[in-house]
Design a protein around this ligand. Structure first.
Ligand code: GCU
Length: 440
């Protein structure tokens, strides 16, 4: 009997360890995707065996047994590993010359429901240097200062909301890098990813900027945007650990935070940094480095974001670097098909956010982003959260669809595909309410 019980426990542990329990992808989808790209792993049984680096063991082999050792030794060490091998190093913090120019402050925006501000952040202080426009909406009637969600957007501030007062700036073609002036008709084209009225009604503000204002997203990106302005600080040649675009975008989020801290109407200690997909990778990296962000949220960030690289499920290190050679630093390219040699994996990125609340969200049909790999990374960050005296992710296996799990680490997998949907926003606001102690 005792023997049987033991066997049963072992099997269960192995089953969970294999990552095959809880949510399952639709089998017809797995079949279709596998047929379309036979070299990509879409079938859980093909995931190789792997061992994750222990976030609580230092490079010199010593174990992290106390919060101080985490803070003083292991956390800086892991940050440095991500800078060196993956995202690359941003050459500067807040530039001394940076200037903030508020060019719009409307007290009666969106038919009287909102206050709108637009701020141009001149990164070099020079009017002809790179600049980022931060668009902010605050609820009219909420108490001040207002907690915010901050996120970068893909297609320009004017695409977020059909408000004719939003300043239109050129955007960059993702293939060629060519600057294009968006049309008036494209105002509000992405509004479904920014449910502004709902956000305001729940007492939150929204702050957003176009990621291309920081650096254009195309393979020739270096030499443009903040790269052109600051890469000179590296000397003649770009080092193998120089910042890639994800690092640059994350740096831009910190500059938005610099503004937020300067504006008394904004609750700078209750800023949730959020991002979808490549911008979800960006939000995680920004939140990992900059502890001013109170909550960090990854929406379908996948490979290079919340998903474990070692699983090689869906998009892999080799595939992402080939398609987007400008996203990560050069050193990361040494790990194609060699994920096990990386001294890091993405659970350690999430662990860098500890003990601050972090939320990872996946989507049922978004197998390219490896939902299970995202869940397992969130779960594997838990020992650090616990060491720091909080709870972690209160789930031992993936929850069913549309069933959020909320601890200091939150997670859900939503029905549907790769998108930032209203459902996701609602869960992020619930999560923020919970951690900020807001009553509804
Ligand atoms: C591609 C890429 C992903 C990325 C996504 C996006 O699919 O492979 O890594 O997250 O684009 O940003 O939409």
């Amino acid at each position: 009997m005792a023997m049987l019980a033991l066997m049963f426990t072992i099997t269960l542990v192995q089953f969970a360890g294999e990552g095959r329990s809880g949510w399952q992808p639709k089998s017809d989808l797995v079949k279709r995707l596998s047929e379309r790209r036979p070299s990509v792993i879409y079938d859980e049984t093909q995931v190789p065996r792997y061992t994750l680096p222990d976030p609580l063991v230092c490079l010199d082999g010593t174990r992290v047994t106390a919060p101080e050792i985490w803070r003083e030794k292991r956390r800086p060490e892991i940050l440095e590993l991500f800078r060196t091998y993956m995202y690359g190093r941003a050459p500067i913090g807040r530039p001394k010359e940076m200037k903030l120019e508020t060019f719009d402050h409307a007290r009666e925006a969106l038919g009287g429901k909102a206050v709108r501000k637009q701020v141009r952040i001149h990164f070099t202080g020079k009017p002809d240097g790179p600049s980022m426009d931060l668009l902010i909406y605050l609820p009219q009637d909420a108490p001040r200062p207002v907690p915010l969600f901050l996120l970068l957007n893909f297609n320009g501030n004017h695409a977020v909301c059909n408000d004719p007062a939003i300043r239109i700036k050129p955007t960059f073609d993702r293939r060629t890098g060519e600057a294009v002036m968006p049309s008036e008709e494209s105002r509000g084209q992405d509004a479904s990813s920014f449910p502004l009225e709902k956000i305001l009604a729940r007492g939150y503000g929204l702050a957003t900027a176009y990621y291309g204002d920081i650096a254009p997203d195309f393979p020739g990106s270096f030499g443009h945007g903040v790269f052109a302005a600051f890469d000179g600080l590296f000397g003649e040649e770009r080092p193998a650990d120089a910042w890639g675009a994800i690092s640059a975008w994350a740096w831009g989020l910190s500059r938005a935070m610099d503004y937020i801290e300067s504006d008394g109407e904004l609750a700078s200690r209750r800023v949730g940094v959020l991002g979808h997909s490549r911008l979800g990778k960006t939000a995680l990296w920004a939140g990992a480095q900059d502890e001013r962000f109170a909550i960090v949220i990854s929406n379908d960030s996948g490979c290079g974001g919340a998903a474990l690289s070692r699983r090689r499920f869906g998009e892999t290190v080799a595939l992402i670097n080939r398609a987007f050679p400008h996203w990560f630093c050069e050193n990361f390219k040494r790990y194609h098909h060699r994920e096990d040699d990386l001294p890091i994996d993405q659970h350690m990125l999430i662990a860098l956010i500890a003990p601050r609340p972090v939320y990872v969200a996946s989507a049922d049909e978004d197998l390219w982003a490896d939902p299970r790999g995202e869940f397992l990374a969130a779960k594997a960050a838990e020992p650090v959260y616990k060491l720091l005296g909080t709870n972690g992710l209160p789930a031992d296996e993936m929850p069913p669809l549309d069933t959020p799990v909320r601890g200091r680490i939150g997670y859900h997998i939503r029905s549907g595909g790769h998108a930032l949907a209203e459902y996701d926003w609602e869960r992020y606001m619930d999560f923020a309410d919970l951690h900020y102690g807001h009553r509804r």
